[in-house]
Design a protein around this ligand. Sequence first.
Ligand SMILES: *Cc1c(COP(=O)(O)O)cnc(C)c1O
Length: 435
Amino acid sequence: MTLAPKPTHRIPDIGIYERRESVVRSYARSMPRQFNKAEGVWMHDNQGGRYLDFLAGCSTLNYGHNHPVLKQALVDYISADGIAHGLDLHTDAKAEFLDALESVILKPRGLDYRAMFTGPTGTNAVEAAIKLARKVTGRELVIAFTNGFHGMTLGALACTGNATKRGGAGVPLNHVAHEPYDGYYGPGVDTAALLEQRLADPSSGLDAPAAILVETVQGEGGLNAASPEWLRSIAEIAKRHGALLIVDDIQAGCGRTNGFFSFEGMGFTPDIVTLAKSLSGMGLPFALALVRPELDQWAPGEHNGTFRGNNHAFVTATAALNHFWNDDGSFQVDVQRRGQLLERRLEKMAREYGFSTRGRGMMRGINVGTGETAEAITTACFNRGLIIETSGAHDEIVKVLAPLVIDDAVLTRGLDILEEAIRETLAISYGLVAE
Ligand SMILES: *Cc1c(COP(=O)(O)O)cnc(C)c1O
């Protein structure tokens, strides 16, 4: 490991944030350090501290920090004066990305989508998807689900369940119905059947929807993983009632749940898929809505945005597709094995300490009952050099979003730290050790 470069100028102390940064900041509060370097699964602060990253930019860094192949592609491109910004003009970088998307991702999976480059954040891809669904169907209502998270701009926020986030809107968030997600009423209630009943009943009061918007695993809403059967039913319901099925794969996609898409092999094909987070592969802003060609009914510029062509992100995304997805599937084999390791270890902890687990693939967590306990555990992890966050309606789930490229041994070490932190926290709350 090389040391962080010595600063050649004065680095302001942490007080600059109190003085000049908006109080809206959030992650920085639970990790009050100043970071200056990262590679692979490790982050470093400017006091020499090293941290194992089990947050990975909320699944934006599936291939780790500064992956050498992606970094080299970007450095070469910048050094050759490649186009950085070109609105939505044709560029070599864009053509190469579209070509890789077609040959590495779409064709091998028998999928036929057009790529709509939206503004570079996930929420903008969701906005584009629901606008298109409303335009194509001529309907207003979007059906989203309890505990869903889809972004922070008004349209996407209306589809988000969380009351605190919704409260920031300051205006009514409407034209969305929040239906119960898979398992919302416990294992005995088939919520897809309930939705079908309401949509089929002309007197239920539920309007015909433009779209059904769903996450296959709810990233922010508690790592609830829908069953393939439930998702298939939802896809059939959408079709039967003339609504478009939008899968928001912003967090669960790009390998997090094994396939490139989270719905692979489940026997249905979404009409629209949103991607962002790990799409660029290196943490650069980049979002897409993939739309079935017959739905691509926009007028030119009808959904617009200055940063729709982040060419640096095209370059790193292309490098990621070619490096991780364009071979015999060895990356997926590794990710699957790590996901099983993670599952076994979390299950064991859950049994031992009376908790339960959630999630799928490399997107899993442990429900520790309350937000206070979860926060105590994540704080104890941070003090031991492990960056990890919470999820869920009450922030009661400790969620593991390790980079997918993590070595099995390092993953195990991180889970050891998590277990130590759980033990310490429980001992304190049971009064077994003096505080
Ligand atoms: C993060 C996320 C979004 C929003 O993406 P931003 O880039 O933060 O706007 C939307 N949907 C899901 C499922 C997400 O995880």
